[in-house]
Design a protein around this ligand. Sequence first.
Ligand SMILES: [Zn+2]
Length: 302
Amino acid sequence: MRKHKRSHFTSLHFIIALPILLWSSSEPRNLTANEHALALKDVAFMTTDLKPGAAVAVRLINKNSPLTRLCYNKECYALTDKWQIIGTDNQTASRPTFLFEDKSNAWTTKKLNIEADLFAMNQKAIKLRLPASVINTLNEESEFIAQDTEKQKQLFRKISNIEWAKNWQAPLGHIHVVSDFASWRIPPNGVPYTHTGVDLRAAAGSQVHAVSDGVVVEANSEVIGGQVVTIDHGQGVTSRYLHLSEFKVKVGDHVKAGDVIALSGSTGRAEAPHLHWEMRIRGVPVDPLSTRQLMARLSGLE
Ligand SMILES: [Zn+2]
């Protein structure tokens, strides 16, 4: 009787059933608690400092894992057994959440245990004391600032395939932080923003070193940053050096960790001579000190 019934399943049934099957399988679903636990066992995380703006490295440790993609802040990354590095937001008050997708389009989330009370929101804002000559040009230069921002966006959009070098060092021989990463700033126009790098004590004319191997993708002048050098270290990781007095490299130059790339200064919007050092991941500013440590650790492990 069963056999007889099955013979009634014609190709017409199949044509009707197939789109329904395809449609239902593309509906995303949450992984069950059990699946969630199993899926996250396939992923290794690494970070050196659980602060807002920390860089977090992620990779698959199980070759047969069903997980395919990781998404965070509207950016998605293919998951492989190679470390991916992701910059967490330093301006959000909630814990960063990574979204993991598997082959069947099901998904699961991982909330990072970054301490909410460490978020930059809670820090006291610093009023910038810029020279009068700089303040007077603020409004006149707003158009050029917008152009600089657009140029940076284009720069960070390119993700090169350069392999990360093993050597990651500080840009100055002596590290003395004078202003922390992600501290709040109030410029003379009154619109607060968070600090995108760390300010290091540096007498004018100090030698600035490349933090790792890479290619110079920017060596020019910006309104805020003054004379700026940007180095592409590969896979979305860049380092930037601001307020320089003299360039020692040009766009397209290949540099090695430790090479002198510039002399420090106080060009652009700077209160006094210092080195503003940034590390960015796909354009997202991350804490340079802990990111350098993380990159060094990742390089040592591979
Ligand atoms: Zn700075």
